[in-house]
Design a protein around this ligand. Structure first.
Ligand SMILES: NC(=O)c1ccc[n+]([C@@H]2O[C@H](COP(=O)([O-])OP(=O)(O)OC[C@H]3O[C@@H](n4cnc5c(N)ncnc54)[C@H](O)[C@@H]3O)[C@@H](O)[C@H]2O)c1
Ligand SMILES: [Zn+2]
Ligand SMILES: [Zn+2]
Length: 338
């Protein structure tokens, strides 16, 4: 079968893999749509510690069940979306019901072949059925939507709060969208890409261009010198890791979502004098993922504005090129069977 394969640093090719055979408890999925994510870019740049070439990347994907090996409530032909986390079931986090922070958490598309291929095998317990009202293309975004839901659920955000989101990438925008649904009053979102700031405005947020204005000053002026109730850091650099502290109100909350390429240097003293609390987030729970599917199906979360490109598997290299320019792309879907 055809697969988009990571071969070596900055080298993704359209190659072939043996069509996978099923182990007990697995389903064979014919992939409909798979999103390219920042983590795939990390693999592409040869910077991911676990990814081993040749690898079909892609952990945000939907498809159709072609074969099942084992007892299941799923049927052949069911449309499904994959929750790609694979936990050990034995560590303290797993045993206390928090398998998303498993000590050895793995991901389909990093530790195993993923969705940039015509077919992939997936454990049956990682599948969510796609409701009738949700398309396969949109369902492929359930994973990043679940990140947004998990992040807002981990925050103390309350109805009427002023929220700042630093970074208007797919994850920042989805957090802002979830915060809006959860009742935030004013939502400020910063970026340095005019295209992404335009998306933010389209979605009803107050856009701040970090190249043109002092983001902290703007937030302070807009809140009468008070600061935001909750700041989400989703841009992942040293500058924004410091803005998060100074844009937050006394006794407010900072939520770090970013995965930093280099550890940032931040001023803890500026946090402690104002009793700021800091929360970090990772992935999503099974329930967050199910909620993502449900809220997309009900239309509460519409991902239409997030999809900037839909490409065939043959165009995968172009997808990775487009991802390098935030001013040209947001969420790129690979459609392996089109
Ligand atoms: N916690 C988790 O489980 C989880 C899940 C997914 C992604 N992430 C992380 O979240 C972050 C965002 O993910 P994404 O997919 O949206 O990435 P992305 O790279 O598309 O988005 C980051 C955005 O930050 C913007 N940016 C860069 N410098 C900036 C600045 N000085 N001020 C404001 N904005 C700036 C970029 O233009 C870009 O739009 C990444 O660090 C990613 O690794 C974490
Ligand atoms: Zn991802
Ligand atoms: Zn575990």
């Amino acid at each position: 079968m055809k697969a988009g394969l990571y071969i070596s640093e900055k080298n993704v090719i359209v190659g072939s893999l043996e069509k996978p055979t099923l182990n007990q408890g697995e389903a064979l999925i014919k992939v409909s749509a798979a999103g390219i994510c920042g983590t795939d870019m990390m693999i592409y740049f040869g910077k991911h510690p676990r990814a081993k070439a040749p690898l079909a990347m892609g952990h945000e994907f939907s498809g159709v069940i072609e074969e099942i090996n084992g007892e299941s409530t799923f049927k052949l032909g069911d449309r499904i979306v994959v929750e790609p986390t694979i936990s050990c079931g034995k560590c303290d986090a797993c045993l206390s019901g928090n398998s998303h922070v498993c000590k050895t958490l793995g991901l389909i598309g990093i530790d195993f072949h993923g969705g940039f291929a015509e077919y992939v095998t997936v454990p049956l317990h990682r599948l969510h059925k796609i409701p009738e009202t949700l398309s396969d293309d949109h369902a492929a975004l359930a994973e990043p939507v679940a990140v947004g839901i998990h992040t807002v659920r981990r925050s103390n955000m309350k109805v009427g709060d002023t929220v700042v989101v630093l970074g208007a990438g797919p994850i920042g925008l989805l957090i802002a969208l979830t915060a809006k649904i959860a009742g935030a009053d004013k939502i400020y979102i910063s970026d340095i890409s005019p295209y992404r700031l335009g998306k933010a405005e389209e979605l009803g947020f107050i856009a701040l261009n970090g190249n043109e204005v002092d983001v902290v000053k703007e937030v302070m002026e807009a809140t009468n010198g008070v600061g935001a109730d909750v700041v989400f850091e989703v841009a992942g650099n040293n500058l924004t890791a410091n803005q998060m502290i100074h844009a937050c109100r006394t006794q407010g909350q900072i939520v770090v979502v970013s995965v930093y390429k280099q550890p940032p240097t931040i001023d803890l003293a500026a946090m402690h004098f104002r009793e700021l609390s800091l929360t970090t987030t990772r992935c999503y729970s099974h329930s967050d993922f199910a909620t993502a599917v449900s809220m997309m199906a009900s239309g509460k979360i519409d991902v239409t504005p997030f999809i900037s490109h839909q490409l065939s598997l043959d165009e995968i290299e172009k997808g990775f090129q487009l991802m390098m320019n935030p001013d040209e792309s947001l969420k790129i879907l690979i459609l392996p069977n089109k």
